[in-house]
Design a protein around this ligand. Structure first.
Ligand code: MG
Length: 160
């Protein structure tokens, strides 16, 4: 067996007048994540983890925010494009782990929905995807509800 591993990180500012998307799920909240796309920091970190494992650079190289084509795009569409690169490589997802750091809103009730959505986008079973959510204990910008940050690790596997 051949293995690869990747890490992804993303942070977006919380602002008024935007919808909040995480893992492709719209979450009811008074603010949303600022971004050129829909601001889905979890999917962006996931794209970067996959691109990292494949040694294919980062999300900014593939989908530059200077390109109007990606203005307001659903991040799930970006993930679909990264999934095509994964499929081309012959590797499959062995497992994928995530951390979402959000002081608000409470994400517990949405974790299963995020998991199902990510599994559907990537065409994998639920036992390889894990969603973790935590607060920042009120500390720093994350704890002051100014932003939401996400970490993702992924391991890939391929038959020799
Ligand atoms: Mg981003």
């Amino acid at each position: 067996m051949l293995y690869k591993a990747g890490i992804g990180y993303d942070i977006h500012r919380l602002v008024d007048g935007r919808k909040l998307f995480l893992g492709g799920v719209e979450i009811p909240y008074v603010k949303g994540l600022l971004g050129h796309s829909d601001g889905d920091a979890l999917i962006h970190a996931l794209c970067d983890a996959l691109l990292g494992a494949l040694a294919l650079g980062d999300i900014g190289e593939h989908f530059p925010d200077t390109n109007p084509k990606y203005q307001g795009i659903a991040s799930s569409r970006l993930l679909k494009m990264v999934k095509e690169l994964l499929d081309k490589s012959g590797y499959k997802i062995n497992n994928l782990d995530t951390i979402i750091i959000a002081q608000e809103p409470k994400l517990g009730p949405f974790k299963q929905q995020m998991k199902e959505n990510i599994c559907a986008l990537l065409g994998v079973e639920q036992d390889v995807v894990n969603i973790k959510a935590k607060t920042n204990e009120g500390l720093d910008a994350l704890g002051q509800k100014e932003a939401i940050a996400c970490f993702v690790t992924v391991s890939l596997i391929r038959e020799e």
